[in-house]
Design a protein around this ligand. Structure first.
Ligand code: PLP
Length: 354
């Protein structure tokens, strides 16, 4: 299959490096990053820390490793991590917080994936001889499985302030924090300054082929460097990857509004297709979740049929499908996806009746 004729809406992780990234990778100055001697990695870490107005940053091969290193540094074995029920750290990171950090998740359901201090407070536990104590609060912004929803900054700030009063650290899974910043019309430093640590991905909407950053103060990042090595994430001439990451960091954020416009176009088109349930007002970033119960078919069936028309999407549950916009999908691609879905659904409805 020629990839260029495919409309790939499965995730914003599928983007391929731009020509500028490939050039930067080819020309990258490199050294051994386990010795902290890779000048390009060092430049990326300095730049990320500067953009987030923090003391230090560390380059990771993946967002999963960045999140799990943060959990390990912030917690002790036997503690609980409070997170939203749909959190990536709980559902898509291989039970690593249990296997590697010895922690249990304390998942709480929140409307649109947005926790509040009022929801969290009753579940915070101090040290006792009966129940596990809370070691960490974790928020996800944007919330992937809640459809790219965005934390109002005052809600996140209040959670951090109240947790800090109890000496509880708060980690942000900001895999798509630049999407949140774009939706809010604010800078990433402003919307993340209350958190103890922030992970963000270079390899999603920003378009780099590989890499995520963990941000925090110097003491936290020097511990995270040790944990990264434990996880096998000490990379050698990683400057070839960091070079693409630098291009992503400088050029990626400025075009995210296009992905958001395309996601809104998809949402509004989907809302007009019989049998599909979606509230387009809730689509504020680049993730579009919709329910297909009314079509009489499962999400997996619909995704399979769409793939025949070279439109790739992900079933996220029995009746839920996710589409994610990114720089490798343009407005015409989104219109093609809507057309294909309309055909699949009208075909399925006919078949369902037959
Ligand atoms: C919200 C969120 N956090 C973390 C990650 C992990 O990133 P990676 O795939 O680089 O491990 C993802 C990946 O999709 C994600 O959506």
């Amino acid at each position: 299959m020629n990839r260029d004729s495919v409309v790939d809406l499965r995730s914003d992780t599928v983007t391929r490096p731009t020509p500028a990234m490939r050039r930067a990778m080819a020309e990258a100055e490199v050294g051994d990053d386990v010795y902290s001697e890779d000048p390009t990695v060092n430049r990326l870490e300095l730049r990320a820390a500067e953009i987030f107005e923090r003391e230090a940053a560390l380059f990771f091969p993946s967002g999963t490793m960045g999140n799990q290193a943060a959990i390990r540094v912030h917690t002790c074995p036997g503690q609980e991590v409070i997170c939203e029920a749909r959190a990536h750290i709980l559902n898509y990171e291989m039970a690593t917080m249990a296997a590697f950090s010895g922690c249990l998740a304390r998942p709480l359901h929140a409307e649109d994936g947005i926790l509040t201090w009022n929801l969290i407070a009753p579940h915070v536990r101090g040290r006792s001889t009966v129940r596990a104590s809370t070691g960490l609060v974790e928020l996800e912004n944007t919330s992937n499985l809640a459809g790219g929803s965005v934390y109002p900054p005052e809600v996140a700030d209040e959670i951090c302030a109240r947790a800090h009063e109890l000496s509880l650290p708060v980690h942000l899974d900001g895999a798509r924090i630049f999407n949140a910043a774009e939706a809010l019309g604010k800078g990433v430093a402003e919307i993340t300054r209350s958190f103890d640590s922030v992970m963000f991905c270079l390899s999603k909407g920003l378009g780099a082929p590989v890499g995520s950053m963990l941000i925090g103060n110097k003491a936290f990042i020097s511990e995270a460097r040790i944990v990264r090595k434990m996880l096998g994430g000490g990379m050698r001439q990683a400057g070839v990857l960091a070079a693409a990451g630098l291009v992503a960091l400088e050029e990626g954020p400025g075009r995210l509004h296009v992905d958001h416009e395309n996601a809104r176009l998809l949402a509004e088109g989907l809302a007009e297709i019989p049998g599909i349930a979606i509230d387009p007002q809730k689509v504020v970033t680049n993730i579009v979740l919709f329910d297909v119960t009314g079509t009489g078919h499962t999400a997996a069936e619909i995704c399979r049929r769409l793939a025949v028309s070279k439109v790739l999407t992900n079933p996220m549950g029995a009746t839920t499908i996710r589409m994610v916009t990114h720089y490798d999908v343009d407005r015409a691609g989104c219109e093609r996806a809507l057309l294909a879905l309309r055909e699949v659904v009208s075909g399925s409805r006919t078949n369902a009746v037959a």
